[in-house]
Design a protein around this ligand. Structure first.
Ligand code: BDR
Ligand code: CA
Length: 318
């Protein structure tokens, strides 16, 4: 069985990715660790618990509270896009309480679980990389104990979605992103912003996806409504790379960690993150000439097998 640890800032597409992982056969989600990001840390934790509840997995997957803020710099949130509560502002009166979180902290749990399962864990990060950066600072041998690292974040064509040149997860903690890209010398796969936009799911698929007659589909339709409306507004149409539809950004990283065969085109490049530029802080830099000191190449995702991805997404709501 593929063992996964998901490090999330549960907004709407994190929720989609988590549901995909929970539904996938032969996958064991060992833990979900939460970080700040799309929404404040408490919301991110609560939303994660809500997703588990919607999937009937509240007792099965432990959830850990992580970092509430980036290593340096200001806190970014994406409440316009994901709603003030990070999950479409469609509250559930029966939502689980934060008392269901584990007492152990996210970074400690991450280090412990990887140590207990050496060489077996695919770690997937779909929010700012603060927890991962702290973890590798505490235990520099963490990367060598992983099977792989899958990141949703960064950009490859300097098309920002948060700042002029920066993608949200990297902009929300550039130092952490830099530490992770330079220190995690394990097989590393990156689902960047432009890739996500170039592998959109058509709206016709979305209709079919949400129309499934299941509790999970009804939950998704409820939490996704606000974001779907936002994607269609002029502000978000400006960031449109390659046609209409929706990019479930975080789901690509999670899907690839479950089944690498969904990736039909990739490119291996040394990558890092710009920390100082006025317009470029948080931008991922691609070092084709290998001029940087760390020579570790990450695998940049370029194309997915959309039919296979659609099947995984469909199954997530069954
Ligand atoms: C990324 O930022 C968040 O808004 C999404 O959940 C995704 O992780 C896209 O830039
Ligand atoms: Ca996210």
């Amino acid at each position: 069985r593929t063992k996964l640890i998901l490090d999330v800032d549960t907004g709407v597409d994190d929720a989609q990715g988590i549901m995909l992982a929970l539904a996938a056969p032969h996958v064991h989600v060992l833990a979900i660790t939460c970080t700040h990001g799309n929404t404040a840390l408490d919301n991110s934790c609560r939303n994660t618990l809500r997703v588990l509840q919607a999937c009937g997995k509240l007792d099965v997957v432990p959830v850990y509270r992580g970092s509430a803020e980036p290593l340096l710099g200001r806190v970014f949130q994406a409440s316009d896009f994901h709603g003030k509560d990070g999950l479409g502002d469609a509250p559930d009166p029966q939502a689980p309480g934060l008392d269901l979180l584990q007492a152990e902290g996210a970074v400690e749990a991450l280090l412990r679980l990887v140590k207990e399962n050496p060489g077996q864990v695919n770690l997937v990060a779909t929010g700012p990389l603060t927890n991962l950066a702290l973890a590798v600072k505490l235990d520099p041998s963490l990367p060598e104990k992983l099977k792989g690292l899958y990141i949703m974040g960064g950009n490859t064509e300097s098309r920002g979605n948060t700042t002029v040149c920066g993608e949200f997860n990297f902009v929300a903690d550039p130092e952490a992103a830099c530490i992770v890209l330079e220190r995690f010398r394990c097989p590393t796969f990156i689902a960047g912003w432009e890739f996500s936009c170039r592998n959109k799911l058509p709206w016709s698929f979305c209709d079919e996806w949400l129309a499934q007659d299941t509790e999970k589909a009804r939950f998704m339709a409820k939490i996704f409504k606000h974001t779907m409306e936002m994607i269609k507004t002029p502000r978000y149409q400006k960031e449109l790379v390659a046609g209409s539809g929706f990019s479930s950004c975080d789901s690509y990283a999670i899907a690839a960690a479950i089944d690498g065969s969904i990736l039909t085109e990739t490119e291996d490049v040394v990558v890092s993150v710009e920390l100082e530029g006025r317009n470029t802080r948080g931008m991922m830099v691609l070092d084709y000439m290998e001029l940087l000191k760390h020579k570790h190449k990450a695998t940049i995702m370029k194309k997915v097998d959309l039919d296979k991805f659609k099947r995984m997404m469909m199954d997530a709501l069954k």
